[in-house]
Design a binder for this molecule. Sequence first.
Ligand SMILES: Cc1cc2nc3c(=O)[nH]c(=O)nc-3n(C[C@H](O)[C@H](O)[C@H](O)COP(=O)(O)O)c2cc1C
Length: 325
Amino acid sequence: MEKLAVKYLGLTLKSPLIVSSSRLTSTLGYLKEAEDCGAGAVVLKSLFEEQINHHISTLHSSPGYPEADDYISNYIKSHSVDEYITLIKKAKEILSIPVIPSINCYSSEGWTGFAKNIADAGADALEINVFFMPLDRKKSSINAEKIYFDLIEKLKKTVKIPIAIKIGFRFSNILNMIDQFYMRKVEGVVMFNRFYEPDIDINKIDIVPASIFSNESERRFIIRWIAMASAQDIKIDISASTGVHSGADAIRYILAGAHSVQVCSVLYDKGIPFLKKMNRQIEEWMDKNGFGTISDFRGKLNWHNYKKPVVFERTQFMKYFSSID
Ligand SMILES: Cc1cc2nc3c(=O)[nH]c(=O)nc-3n(C[C@H](O)[C@H](O)[C@H](O)COP(=O)(O)O)c2cc1C
């Protein structure tokens, strides 16, 4: 598997395929299966900021976690932070691939010091999934962006392990955000998170959750930004996430410039052993095209390396739409 080896967050991965944070990375059984089926690393199911803050408040015997609604309170009670730390320690004992815990948060208030416990448990890196929704029209984008920067600055003072920020793609200027992460010494960016979205059922006349699982067509939102971000002259690793349903999809993201590729929905559909097939598909494609290593083709089609970078830009839009009547 030497041939598929990549570097991500300073870690050596035997394959670019990472099982992304979900229930499929929540037990030792699933984690071991992921390693046995050829995953290069695993990102553990996220711990929530609310869980950590509740844990901290009980340690200081202050009363509960008053902001939490009923669902969150119940979730907190049934998923303990101590169990998460135990999962990291045990995963490190039984796995040889990197173990990357994940925290889902919306602020930097209270919980960031806890990242040290995660690092002390043996985590190889930390992924931070920022799920902040700007619902206050009086607050500018600068306020929203500051949440990310405060968070990173606090975490960087707390832990030495590499940090990856998992972001959504709805920023006014994604490339500037990534540059700001880089200037704060963040090692990686996960492009992109797939947030929960509401949908409307017209029969029930009600709000229902949109599909929690992705499909391949979602790739179209992502390739441009990976191709643009990977072409910048900054050293920040990119992990592609969303819409990877085959080895071919992984190859596409690597050609656009990703250092690693995260996989989730397709493994719910086809099972964790599908990773073996994906690795095989990547290897076969490499053989067919004469690539000996992943770095031989990583970024080959990014904004900098592609012969006509204009395909990522506005003129392409004009050309494309004006050619269809
Ligand atoms: C059932 C389920 C649970 C998930 N749980 C988490 C989570 O705890 N933390 C997280 O960062 N992402 C979570 N995700 C998002 C995935 O890690 C991934 O980013 C997203 O599904 C897009 O990748 P995909 O197209 O391969 O599914 C979850 C996704 C699914 C489908």
